[in-house]
Ligand binder design. Sequence first.
Ligand code: NAP
Length: 313
Amino acid sequence: MAEPKRQPGEALPFERLAIIGIGLIGSSIALAARRFALARRVVLFDISDDVRAEAARLGLGDEIVASFAESVRGADGVVICVPVGACGAVAAEISPYLQDGAIVTDVGSVKSAVIKAVLEHLPPHARFVPAHPVAGTENSGPGAGFPSLFVNRWCILTPPNGMDGDAVARIRAFWEGMGANVELMSPDHHDLVLAVTSHLPHLIAYNIVGTADDLQSVTQSEVIKFSAGGFRDFTRIAASDPTMWRDVFLHNKEAVLEVLARFNEDLSALARAIRWGEGDKLFDLFSRTRAIRRGIVSQGQETPEPDFGRRKI
Ligand code: NAP
């Protein structure tokens, strides 16, 4: 896969970049910032002693510090990489130490609630450019990161109206420097789109795997032993970080409930088609959905290999 290249002599997006929260996303940004030369110095902080120790063992960043204050002091760029529900608390912790003109960004999977929570605390001299890289895996923690995570993936920026162009341009350059394709959107629209494309699929996966686990007449060992492709794919999604996803649903409540209501209606229509033997309805839907899959593959967002390119046994 092609990797992003910076032009010789091009200014670094950041001199001193602070990354707060060293999980999958924070560690991937730390690795990418170094690989693609996006900051002169990368400083990492996480509230967990164990996570900081693991990040040090993995050699992430240039410096791992033990407080919010040390992480953001003198930083011209700050990336908040913690679960959505913790972003406001992190903003409150870092605010007193942010330098004049510091650009603060985040990676939260929900935008409206995060923006509200963060802006409550940030001082007027800081510039907040919210972002969401639409890239991830079901793994979490500092060891899960890899520098190419964002290559050829989308990163959605949702800057507030009137945000100064320089801050948005620097965050755009930062994400493009990690290989992402950047798009701007309003926070509400982001939350609705992601409710459809990401949040609802996760809810369905958690629900299906939970239902299979709860079925009294099918033992858990049978669920594991006979897991067919479709169910296995759901288990991958349902293995995603529980804290992160609890926070996503609690903070994108309205959009998720709206999309879920629509989903329930469509599911009832499918049940009806099965009950009444309306094969043409099923066939039409399955043909439409097959075309969507092909569109995703043709845009390079998924491998065309059968079974996601899993190793053949
Ligand atoms: P993760 O692997 O669980 O890492 C989050 C890290 O933040 C953990 O080390 C956690 O420590 C730490 N943390 C929690 N609260 C904190 C606080 N108040 N101050 C400092 N550190 C704190 O999560 P992730 O997958 O990187 O997700 C981080 C953010 O990225 C979330 O907002 C998520 O919505 C967004 N995102 C995730 C994905 C994905 O696929 N995973 C994709 C796009 C965006 P503890 O473990 O001790 O709690």
